[in-house]
Design a protein around this ligand. Structure first.
Ligand SMILES: *[C@@H]1O[C@H](CO)[C@@H](O)[C@H](O)[C@H]1NC(C)=O
Ligand SMILES: *[C@@H]1O[C@H](CO)[C@@H](O)[C@H](O)[C@H]1NC(C)=O
Ligand SMILES: *[C@@H]1O[C@H](CO)[C@@H](O)[C@H](O)[C@H]1NC(C)=O
Ligand SMILES: *[C@@H]1O[C@H](CO)[C@@H](O)[C@H](O)[C@H]1NC(C)=O
Ligand SMILES: *[C@@H]1O[C@H](CO)[C@@H](O)[C@H](O)[C@H]1NC(C)=O
Ligand SMILES: *[C@@H]1O[C@H](CO)[C@@H](O)[C@H](O)[C@H]1NC(C)=O
Ligand SMILES: *[C@@H]1O[C@H](CO)[C@@H](O)[C@H](O)[C@H]1NC(C)=O
Ligand SMILES: *[C@@H]1O[C@H](CO)[C@@H](O)[C@H](O)[C@H]1NC(C)=O
Ligand SMILES: *[C@@H]1O[C@H](CO)[C@@H](O)[C@H](O)[C@H]1NC(C)=O
Ligand SMILES: *[C@@H]1O[C@H](CO)[C@@H](O)[C@H](O)[C@H]1NC(C)=O
Ligand SMILES: *[C@@H]1O[C@H](CO)[C@@H](O)[C@H](O)[C@H]1NC(C)=O
Length: 397
């Protein structure tokens, strides 16, 4: 009783935080000894802990908890502090929220944005989910991802070329959310080959206070996928934001561990299966920096391109983004020697870039340096063709 009271006060204090979900913070904070970790959680929240003696834990692996869920209905999974060596594969349609535990011991440090480019080292979460898969010849990129949100195996496939793997008449999760979880592909500490962290295809998903770490192809928003990432950190080297759907990155830190390809490699479509789509990568109010964990011998100054076109209909837009000196002054590069020209069907744009890499005077002529008026066409509601119902607008950052 006394404990609950103390906790209630604590939760109220946390409710005024800068950078947390007011809906979930009470559930997420680690509880004093003797109190259920589920105090403050939505009804029927499933608790996952690696501690086999924890009587509150229904599962000891996150994927086991996912597999226990019915196809429909909403579900919440609370994950205890720990490093989970597993691949998460969400095929179900029903809304699913994954919560990482937050520390009580460091109220001060969580009362700040998770993604702050000035933190050295950058912040980390208590919960880490990781695998060490990477792509060998003949494998599809999808099979290396740490987190898959896609309705079927074929729908998760990425394929190659301008349209990739065949279009699937399916849609998977309508509302996947993750809070305060670090997703890491630990295949190597260098770019070994494609080693994905996410593959979100034919699904709608959003992420809050998370991080995603790899070298090549860290983040993937697949076909007919819509994703939103806020107050999060993404680490990579080559094409580490890639996709064939619509992705909005808000207040993220893009941490260059080295430079290769482009930061973004996107595809668009003019096929009638996606009428009026605005497939593209949109990065707003964010920072591009040399990753504090980059190998000291790795040269990045002036070497990282903002993007390269995976197909000629690629769209990539940076809004109000700080760019450090890792950014290549010309900004953008052709895909490869087989496609040595960036076609004018590709849409590359920036608005109000700042920092030493944000000087746009040397950018390629094809790029659009947007006016304030033109930039108004790039908002969350406009690129998703509606105000997305699957984004948590209450998250504070
Ligand atoms: C992680 O999981 C992989 C695949 O199951 C396994 O091969 C590897 O040994 C595990 N590593 C650790 C450190 O647990
Ligand atoms: C970002 O981090 C720096 C250095 O750790 C700190 O001084 C600053 O207050 C932080 N910004 C915010 C908004 O918390
Ligand atoms: C994900 O789970 C589905 C359903 O069990 C399975 O068909 C698919 O192969 C899995 N995906 C991967 C990449 O393992
Ligand atoms: C997955 O794709 C393969 C190759 O295109 C095809 O042979 C197979 O029937 C598909 N499976 C399903 C369940 O659609
Ligand atoms: C990567 O570096 C970390 C920290 O130095 C080390 O613990 C880990 O074993 C390395 N991973 C690989 C795959 O070499
Ligand atoms: C669709 O895009 C492709 C690749 O840029 C182009 O060759 C084709 O003409 C376009 N089709 C239409 C109908 O605009
Ligand atoms: C994309 O998903 C929507 C549901 O969000 C569906 O209505 C539409 O048919 C899908 N389009 C394609 C090309 O799969
Ligand atoms: C840094 O890179 C050098 C040169 O490629 C390599 O020899 C060294 O092992 C790397 N260090 C770490 C910590 O990965
Ligand atoms: C793109 O280039 C083609 C051929 O070079 C030209 O006809 C067309 O007007 C250009 N389109 C735009 C939008 O600049
Ligand atoms: C931007 O770069 C150009 C060309 O190098 C230089 O002349 C100009 O002074 C720079 N602008 C700023 C604000 O640094
Ligand atoms: C997925 O999100 C898009 C964009 O907000 C929306 O148009 C679509 O209806 C959503 N799909 C489903 C199945 O909820």
């Amino acid at each position: 009783m006394l404990c609950s009271l103390v906790f209630f006060v604590l939760a109220n204090l946390l409710g005024s935080c800068l950078c947390l979900s007011p809906n979930f913070v009470a559930c997420q904070v680690q509880k004093p000894k003797g109190m259920s970790p589920l105090v403050g959680c939505p009804p029927e929240t499933i608790f996952v802990s690696q501690d086999v003696n924890d009587k509150h834990a229904r599962f000891h692996s996150v994927q086991d908890a996912v597999l226990s869920l019915p196809e429909l209905s909403s579900a919440t999974i609370l994950i205890a502090e720990g490093e989970y060596n597993e691949t998460i594969n969400v095929t179900r349609k029903g809304p699913l929220t994954m919560l990482g535990q937050l520390p009580t011991s460091a109220l001060d440090s969580i009362n700040r944005p998770f993604a702050n480019r000035s933190d050295v080292p950058l912040k980390q979460n208590l919960v880490k989910i990781w695998n060490n898969q990477f792509v060998h010849t003949g494998m599809d990129d999808a099979t290396s991802a740490v987190l898959l949100v896609a309705p079927s195996f074929n729908a998760s496939l990425i394929g190659a070329g301008p349209t990739g793997a065949p279009l699937q008449p399916l849609f998977g999760n309508t509302d996947f959310k993750a809070y305060n979880i670090d997703f890491e592909n630990r295949a190597a500490n260098f770019s070994i080959s494609q080693a994905l962290v996410t593959d979100i295809s034919y699904a709608n998903a959003s992420f809050y206070g998370c991080s995603f770490a790899s070298f090549q192809d860290t983040w993937y928003t697949g076909r007919n996928g819509s994703t939103y990432v806020v107050d999060s950190i993404i680490y990579g080297q080559t094409d580490y934001l890639f996709g064939f759907g619509t992705a909005w990155f808000q207040n993220v830190v893009l941490a260059n561990r080295a430079c290769g390809g482009g930061i973004v490699a996107w595809k668009g479509t003019n096929l009638t299966d996606a009428p009026g789509n605005r497939y593209g990568a949109y990065i707003a109010d964010s920072s591009i920096i040399r990753s504090p964990d980059a190998n000291a011998t790795t040269v990045t100054a002036g070497k990282c391109f903002l993007g390269r076109p995976w197909n000629d209909l690629a769209t990539t837009v940076y809004l109000r983004t700080f760019m450090d000196s890792t950014v290549q002054p010309v900004g953008w590069t052709p895909f490869d020697s087989a496609r040595p020209v960036i076609m004018n069907t590709t849409f590359y744009a920036e608005y109000d870039s700042t920092g030493p890499g944000g000087n746009t005077s040397m950018r390629i002529p094809l790029e659009h340096i947007l006016t304030k008026e033109q930039a108004k066409d790039f908002t969350i509601d406009k690129v998703f063709l509606e105000p997305p119902k699957w984004i948590d607008q209450t998250y504070l950052f």
